[in-house]
Design a protein around this ligand. Structure first.
Ligand SMILES: [Zn+2]
Length: 628
């Protein structure tokens, strides 16, 4: 029996609990007069091991009433397309919205404000979490994110044994009448992996108890090549700080596997603890300044929750790993493509339900979403730091990502995400993605939107991540701004290059359609994935040309610069470029319809004719159609 009370400040405790929702939490009490921390306790929930549970996102609509409490109602269920992007947008993090404080400006009374929350937290729990997070900046969702990662680990590390070859001629002779031994997948996680994961979460939560904030840039300490070198990782960690949200480290195919998680405290942690706890004789301020001046050192990189959503810094992410997050995204896409090939053999044993296949498919397709997110962020990206003037090797607070790197990522996206080639799935696998259907207390969110997955919708969702980022007003404005920030002789990315890459990638097969002279030959068709993407691109170019409905506040408050850019309109040059590209695309479509019309199938012809018609309407539209 415990002979102490965990609330007693004489004891710093670590408690193992079990609940419905997976979470770990660090509770910290400080002396309000001095800030001195007097008690730290951690509770650690065991249920994050339930990684095969399907998780959904719930769309809640709150309607504001004048002088009244917001009325909330659940609107829809969905699945998260990119967990990294969702986390960056504040999904599951009740503090994010309150911190931003913008966006409410253009919501008049009575209008619905949609909010997406994890479905396994019901509305009450969500409000509770929001209240908990109010006033604090340290709301921790580390363990919740782990569940998704554990799923990936279970798929990737699943032992898919090959049938054992007979050892000798004699064995061969002996076994000749027996049926060959059938391999049985073992979709369970190695003990070493679980041990490292638990240690990592514990280090993280104890870090909070000691007063540390999150450090989402710590994962960039090692290059992708160094990640699996245990000589390095066992001495200074996989990541610079245990206060990052680390994903599982999986070695690329054919490379030696190192540690799954950081097994030790990182250089940043030692440094931060030194600053907070080192006993100083003499002038404390000078000594602290001396410690802080090490900030520009490579292993001490730091960026926290605010940086994750206030800056477009491609190096600040939750659940990424390595010095080049774009490469991490590419590696994860390669891993997912490989695992999708024999997915049902990996995760389902004979005699078991197919339900795991669906969860596994969702996790793997999520890697494409994350890859799209991580690479997109480099376009118009900038790296931020808090180095002080004249610190040794101090960086400027804002360092734009080089033009060459931005171009590399843009090319990757155009070739691999804005194409139908990456998204080829086996028809058998797609028939096996049925959802579980079971409602019961404790499993209220157990039933999703429907039994089957709309794969086409999911693919377009991933492609929309790229279009949404590259064509957003913020990104395009920043790319123009980066022209001004660039030293002469450097070659920053220009917005015309963004439009060129997108148009050429998305409409690439238009010029390659064969000329089918034989009337008996099969008709030529663009794939559904292509047509959906082309429509979406045209829609975005069109709304750029036509402009947004004007915001009633933008004129009134134009004497204030609203944080985060505020204005939703794109740079004027972008609008002109959108018009140019629409015209060019219409020309290319016109050429195909003129020369190949007879060899196209009806759907492709209908799509092209409709696209041409829409473009013509947009280009002819009266310029002052902006409604109030
Ligand atoms: Zn945390």
């Amino acid at each position: 029996r415990d002979v102490f009370d965990p609330e007693d400040t004489n004891y710093c405790t670590f408690r193992w609990v079990t609940s419905e929702t997976a979470f770990a939490m660090s509770c910290l009490r400080a002396n309000p007069m001095t800030g001195e921390m007097i008690d730290g306790d951690v509770i650690f929930d065991a249920s994050f091991i339930k990684y095969w549970k399907q998780s959904y996102a719930l769309l809640i609509g709150s309607t504001t009433a004048v002088g009244g409490e917001p009325q909330a109602a659940p609107l829809a269920f969905g699945e998260v397309i990119s967990p990294i992007l969702a986390s960056k947008m504040g999904f599951g993090q009740p503090a994010a919205k309150a911190l931003l404080g913008v966006g409410a400006l253009d919501k008049p009374f009575g209008q619905m404000i949609p909010e997406v929350v994890p479905a396994d937290q019901n509305y009450l729990q969500w409000q509770l979490a929001k209240n908990l997070a109010r006033g604090t900046r340290g709301f921790c969702q580390f363990q919740t994110g782990f569940r998704h990662d554990f799923g990936l680990a279970a798929i990737a590390l699943a032992d898919v044994p090959k049938p054992e070859p007979p050892k000798t001629e004699k064995d061969k002779e002996k076994d000749k009448d027996k049926a060959p031994k059938k391999p049985e997948p073992k979709p369970e996680l190695p003990e070493e992996f679980i041990g490292q994961a638990i240690k990592h979460i514990v280090m993280h939560e104890v870090g909070h108890s000691l007063g540390l904030r999150h450090n989402f840039k710590a994962s960039t300490m090692l290059t992708q090549e160094q990640l699996n070198d245990t000589a390095i990782t066992r001495s200074k960690g996989l990541v610079g700080s245990v206060m990052d949200y680390s994903p599982i480290n999986i070695a690329p195919k054919g490379k030696k596997q190192g540690d799954y998680y950081s097994t030790t405290i990182g250089p940043y942690d030692y440094w931060a603890i030194e600053y907070a706890y080192k006993p100083v004789d003499g002038d404390e301020a000078t000594e602290l300044k001396k410690i802080a001046a090490r900030a520009p050192e490579h292993d001490l990189a730091y960026a926290t929750d605010e940086d994750a959503f206030l800056n477009d810094d491609p190096y600040v992410n939750r659940f990424d790993l390595g010095a080049d997050p774009c490469q991490f995204g590419k590696d994860r896409i390669a891993l997912a493509s490989e695992l999708l090939k024999d997915l049902d053999g990996r995760v389902v044993k004979d005699g078991d339900s197919w339900a795991r296949t669906r969860r596994a498919f969702g996790i793997l397709i999520g890697q494409f979403g994350d890859g799209a997110t991580l690479a997109s962020q480099y376009v118009g990206g900038q790296s931020v730091s808090r180095d002080h003037k004249a610190d040794k090797d101090a960086r400027d607070p804002i360092v734009p990502v080089s033009g060459a790197k931005q171009r590399e990522c843009l090319k990757f996206l155009a070739d691999n995400i804005l194409s139908d080639q990456a998204f080829q799935f086996s028809p058998t696998l797609l028939r096996r993605l049925g959802a579980e259907r079971w409602m019961h207390w404790g499993n209220d969110s157990g039933s999703g939107p429907g039994i089957d997955i709309s794969v086409l919708e999911r693919i377009l969702g991933i492609q929309k991540i790229v279009l949404g980022h590259c064509l957003s007003a913020e990104t395009l404005a920043r790319i123009q701004n980066q022209q001004l920030q660039a030293d002469s002789g450097t070659d920053p990315l220009r917005i015309e290059e963004v439009f060129r890459s997108l148009t050429d990638g998305i409409w690439s097969d238009l010029d390659k359609l064969p000329d089918q002279k034989d009337p008996k030959a099969a008709k030529i068709a663009l794939s559904t994935v292509r047509r959906n993407l082309q429509r979406e691109y045209l829609r975005r170019l069109s709304s750029m040309v036509l402009g947004d409905r004007s915001n009633p506040y933008s004129d009134i408050f134009s004497y204030i610069v609203i944080i985060g850019g505020g204005s939703s309109s794109v740079p004027a040059d972008a609008r002109a470029l959108a018009r140019l590209h629409l015209k060019e695309i219409a020309g290319r479509i016109g050429m195909v319809l003129e020369t190949r019309s007879a060899s196209l199938d009806d759907t492709t012809r209908a799509h092209l004719e409709e696209s041409k018609h829409r473009i013509a309407k947009v280009l002819e539209a009266n310029l002052d159609i902006k409604e109030p």
